[in-house]
Write a protein that binds this ligand. Structure first.
Ligand SMILES: C[S@@+](CC[C@H](N)C(=O)[O-])C[C@H]1O[C@@H](n2cnc3c(N)ncnc32)[C@H](O)[C@@H]1O
Length: 208
């Protein structure tokens, strides 16, 4: 047994409906690793139980796995807005939401994250940033004014497969922008922050 199997065997199992989404994502899509998966999914669900947000925003829906994990922990009067730019995923996402008793808490927006954020008038308690790595800092600045004081931002993939520690190719815009985002957050005194070595790196940010 490796350490990840040990961790999973001492955490809640993946609910059956999410295992189905995970399997379907692996069968139908070319980049299934983008799906949060069992461990990160349970962490997102636990954070939502801890924070009890009434309004959540997710950037980057993909097949809906992480949105469903967070929705699971929301009360019926809470809403999760999730934004995905790939309209070819829409039917698959809606099918996955329809297959969950928590799907009705999720509002899917198909469009570019920065445009959709601008159109939303809500104040959010929690934002999960998981879309285009080259736009992380722009997402952060766009969502921070819409986050209540004391609210949280979770930024995924902030270790970017360990590439943040290596010499970066000038063409590797994703790594460059993740590093830029990480350096910016580290010194931004509008927020408290801690980076967790969970999966591909998850930075927890709290607005002061
Ligand atoms: C890492 S995946 C999201 C995974 C999902 N949050 C999960 O954990 O299961 C990133 C998604 O962001 C979408 N995306 C990329 N750029 C975007 C943008 N500018 N606006 C909205 N979505 C975007 C991609 O199409 C992709 O589906």
């Amino acid at each position: 047994m490796n350490i990840e199997d040990y961790i999973l065997s001492h955490s809640d199992p993946e609910p059956e409906y999410l295992a189905k989404v995970n399997r379907a994502t692996h069968v139908k899509l070319i980049n299934p690793r983008m799906c949060s998966g069992h461990l990160q999914g349970r962490v997102l669900s636990m954070f939502c139980h801890m924070i009890s947000p009434k309004s959540v925003l997710e950037l980057g829906t993909f097949t809906g796995y992480s949105a469903l994990c967070m929705a699971e922990a929301l009360t019926d009067n809470a809403v999760l807005h999730t934004i995905e730019c790939d309209d070819e995923l829409e039917d698959f996402i809606r099918q996955n939401f329809a297959g969950s008793e928590h799907g009705h808490k999720i509002k899917l927006h198909i469009g570019e994250a920065l445009n959709v954020i601008e159109s939303l008038s809500e104040t959010f308690d929690l934002v999960f940033i998981d879309a285009d790595k080259r736009e992380y800092l722009a997402y952060y600045e766009a969502v921070l004014p819409k986050l209540r004081a004391g609210g949280f931002i979770l930024a995924d993939n902030t270790l970017w497969d360990g590439k943040v520690l290596k010499t970066v190719d000038a063409n590797d815009k994703q790594t460059i922008e993740i590093m830029h985002f990480n350096d910016f957050i580290a010194t931004d005194d509008r927020v408290e922050k801690v980076m967790l070595p969970l999966r591909d790196g998850l930075t927890l940010i709290r607005k002061k």
